[in-house]
Structure formats: C-alpha cells, structure tokens
Write a protein that binds this ligand. Structure first.
Ligand code: ADP
Ligand code: MG
Length: 291
C-alpha cells in the first residue's frame, strides 16, 4: 500500500480504538487463514467468581484459609478471586512462605510450616496425586464450563475450588463473523480439557487446544505457520507473549498485560473481539484502495 493509504488506514484504526503498530500489520491482517484465540481474558472477561469449594479433609473455612493464604502471592486472576472470596467471608489469611509460581500450572507455597501445591489436573497428574475422589465434582463443574483447581498437601489432594468466568459480550458474534469471512477459529488455553471443550463447543470453534504451557502455545502457532497458514494470535497474558511475537500477526487485548501489548503488532484498545473484525476489514479496505 502507498504511504498515504497506510496513513489513512492507521488513522481510521486509531479512531476505532485499533492500534496498528506497523504498516505491515495493516497490510497483512486481511490475509489471515486462522485465528488462534487465548481463552481467559481474551474470549472471556477473566474475572472469576468462586462457585464451589469442596474439601473432604477440612471444614470449608479451614480449607479456604489454606487455599487463599497460598494464593495471596499469585498475580493470577483465579488466585485474586479466591483471596477476595475468603476475605469477604472474614477469614484471616496466613503469611505464605517459599511461594513459587509454576507458569501455566499453578503454585507451590508453605502455610503454617506445611507445604502445599495448587493448580490444574495436569500438575496433579505430573506430581502423581490421586484425584479420583474429586472426579465426579470436577466432571459436573466442567459441564458448566467452570475452571477447577486442585489443592494438595505433601500426601494427597485436600480439596478443589471451582470458579466461573463470563464470556465477553461480543465474543460469540466475533467468532461467527470470523468464520463467515472464511477464517478458521481455534482456542488455545492452559485450562482443563473438559472446561475448554464445553466452551469451545458452545462457541462452535474449529479447533481446541487445552492444558498447554506458554511454550506449547507458541509451538501451536509455529505448527500452523509451517502448514503454510497465515496465523493471527490474539491474547492478553504474559503466557501469550511468545505466541504474539511468533504469529504472523499478534493482536493484544488492550486490557492485557504490558508484555502482551509490547509483543503484539496490533492492540485492541476496547478489548472487544469485534474490533478484530473491524481491523481485518480496515486491512482489506487499505489494500483495495491502492489497487
Ligand atoms: P490461560 O491460558 O487460560 O490464560 P494460564 O496459562 O494462566 O491459563 O493457567 C493455566 C492453568 O494453570 C489455569 O487454568 C489453572 O488451572 C492453573 N493455574 C495457573 N495459575 C494458578 C494459580 N495461581 N493457582 C491455581 N492454579 C493456577
Ligand atoms: Mg489469557
């Protein structure tokens, strides 16, 4: 496109709250074959609500005290809502020691001199914990697309907490529009398989990748590129940064983390996936104008 066409396109984008960081992004976005969407914070709001607290070992209050104390050091949205939930119930939290975040998996921390582990099913399986006692609950909650996390002490699983997230208002419509433009739409998430599949089915997604670590997200982007597809990745988190950088076009959600925004070629200031459609249309118009 000519410099003037690029300037016009970039200016129109800015007015709509779509920030193109390069001429290339504006020129290439309309060639997209597949859009890979992060789930939490991208398709959904990422604002969790605690729905179920189940422990077969402790009272709800004792269990929540351990859970929230260990999550206090975590930046993860799941952690923040657990801490808030416990505090709202008037539970006093302990100082956690030796806190370690395991990206895409969970957290390790010591509370009252005992070591605990929290995270997804993959983490529990990797650490060889038996989760069967909680399986029936997890299955039931996954059907509601809740995200469930497990808590374990040094010996066994002590309980689970299930949280709901909400779809952003325009996500469904945006996904349908992408598909009507002939673009494949996939979801890539660190969340549990069943939860991801329930949501993915509701949304009519073409492909669903779940329980993936940040490096595996990037690997999925690479595999699509190697198949000759033009890949657009949309995400908001630290764990999306490698994928945003790797994709042909990286699109960051405006409300996302700084590192996601820095790694992206396009930023959707209003954090709505419908603006991805607008961005693609703008790219199309920019190219057409110069022919
Ligand atoms: P997403 O790709 O959905 O944004 P993440 O990669 O951030 O998710 O996390 C993947 C999974 O790891 C979460 O769904 C959760 O099960 C687990 N996890 C991550 N951080 C925590 C934490 N602080 N406490 C418990 N579980 C966690
Ligand atoms: Mg996210």
């Amino acid at each position: 496109a000519t410099p003037v066409a690029i300037m016009v396109g970039t200016g129109k984008g800015a007015k709509l709250g779509i920030l193109f960081k390069s001429a290339e992004a504006l020129e290439n976005l309309h060639n997209t074959d597949v859009v890979l969407l992060d789930k939490t914070g991208t398709i959904t709001s990422g604002e969790f609500n605690v729905r179920e607290v189940i422990s077969k070992k402790y009272s709800e209050e004792e269990f929540l005290k351990i859970a929230a104390s260990m999550e206090r050091g975590s930046e993860h949205p799941l952690a923040k809502s657990i801490v808030k939930y416990a505090q709202d119930k008037g539970i006093e939290l302990e100082e956690a020691k030796n806190f370690t975040a395991l990206a895409g998996l969970g957290v390790i921390a010591e509370v009252n001199g005992k070591s605990y582990l929290t995270g997804n099913l993959k983490l529990m399986t990797d650490e060889e914990f038996d989760t069967s006692e909680y399986e029936e609950y997890i299955d039931e909650f996954s059907e509601k697309a809740y995200t469930s996390i497990y808590f374990a002490d040094e010996d066994s699983v002590i309980g689970i907490i299930s949280l709901s997230d909400t779809l952003k208002e325009n996500s469904q419509e945006a996904i349908e529009e992408l598909k009507s433009l002939g673009i494949k739409v996939a979801m890539v998430t660190g969340d549990n398989k069943k939860t991801a599949e329930t949501l993915g089915r509701q949304l009519g997604l073409d492909e669903i990748y779940s329980e993936v670590l940040p490096a595996q997200k990037e690997q999925i982007v690479r595999e699509h590129i190697e198949k000759g597809q033009k890949v657009c990745f949309v995400g908001d988190g630290i764990n999306d940064a490698p994928s945003l950088a790797r994709a042909d076009i990286g699109v960051a959600i405006g409300a996302g983390t700084d590192i996601a925004i820095e790694s992206a070629d396009v930023v959707l200031i209003k954090s709505s996936l419908l603006d991805l459609i607008n961005a693609i249309k703008l790219s199309n118009a920019t190219i057409k104008n110069i022919k």
